[in-house]
Design a protein. Structure first.
Length: 275
């Protein structure tokens, strides 16, 4: 039996696997390849859509499908297709209307399962395109007819994000959806039940891996569910307070080859499983 057989390691990308310059360190890459060669299943779970992480999965070549859209889909890059998705109800437009009417100056994007449409523009949306390289596809949100994975509001002002959150949570249909602050300047409407934790467990089930032998690595609030639900949740040292609180342990920062350190700790049994 190989060293890491029967173990699933799932990592977030930004702020966890990726360094601040968005690169993958040589140390992380070599450790991941070693982990997979020794029988471990490795993948990542991200808020992005498959199209926008092609370079990452081509570099990593994970040996398991990856989670995307903050838990809204599972994509098998070897088959080049989704193997599972959860769509957002069209009732989300009523919640969007409420925010648009009550909070001014916000940015808004609609994420389908293969495109991002920019419906309202501001500095946060411009910055999002700059760092992700996504094209500026403009379309009013009520004109998007494809299945929707998530809605993303954006603003660089913390008080505006809090106002968006308050408006959404006070809507009479809020109970039909889930919500997450995925970054400092981004706030999302997700299908009910969507979470990185849920999609991580679905991946484990697809692979026939005991859920108790899963390891999750993350850094931000949208990683809380997978840090909490994993057999072992590991927050990087640069993680948010909520992510650290949800984790079983804290490792080095994303600038210090955190995934390589986690793999080493699994090998040396510093990370232990209940099964």
């Amino acid at each position: 039996m190989k060293k890491f057989e029967g173990i699933l390691l799932c990592t977030d990308l930004d702020g966890t696997l990726l360094r601040n310059d968005k690169s993958i360190s040589k140390e992380n890459l070599e450790a991941i390849r070693y982990f997979m060669a020794e029988g471990g299943k490795f993948t990542f779970i991200t808020g992005r859509m498959p199209y926008f992480v092609q370079n990452i999965y081509n570099t990593l070549n994970p040996n398991a499908p990856f989670g995307c859209i903050n838990g809204g889909g599972i994509y098998d890059h070897r088959l080049d297709k989704y193997v599972w998705t959860r769509e957002l109800s069209p009732e989300c437009f009523e919640l969007i209307d409420s925010v648009v009417e009550n909070v001014k100056g916000i940015g808004l994007q609609v994420n389908t399962f293969d495109k991002i449409y920019f419906s309202m523009e501001n500095d946060a949306m411009a910055y999002f395109r700059e760092v992700t390289g996504v094209p500026n596809l403009v379309k009013p949100y009520r004109e998007v007819k494809e299945p929707i994975g998530k809605i993303v509001f954006g603003d660089n002002r913390n008080e505006i994000i809090l106002e968006i959150e308050k408006t959404l949570l006070s809507h009479p249909k809020a109970w039909k959806f889930d919500f997450i602050r995925s970054e400092h300047a981004l706030y999302e409407i997700l299908p009910k039940g969507n979470s990185k934790g849920d999609v991580m467990m679905r991946i484990a089930d697809l692979l026939g891996i005991d859920r108790r032998r899963t390891v999750a690595a993350g850094d931000y609030n949208n990683d809380v569910s997978m840090l909490r639900d994993a057999g072992v949740g590991v927050a990087v040292s640069n993680a948010s307070p909520a992510a650290k609180a949800a984790a079983d342990c804290i490792t080095v920062s994303n600038e210090e080859h955190a995934i390589a350190k986690i793999i080493k700790d699994i090998e040396e049994r510093k990370i232990k499983f209940t099964a």
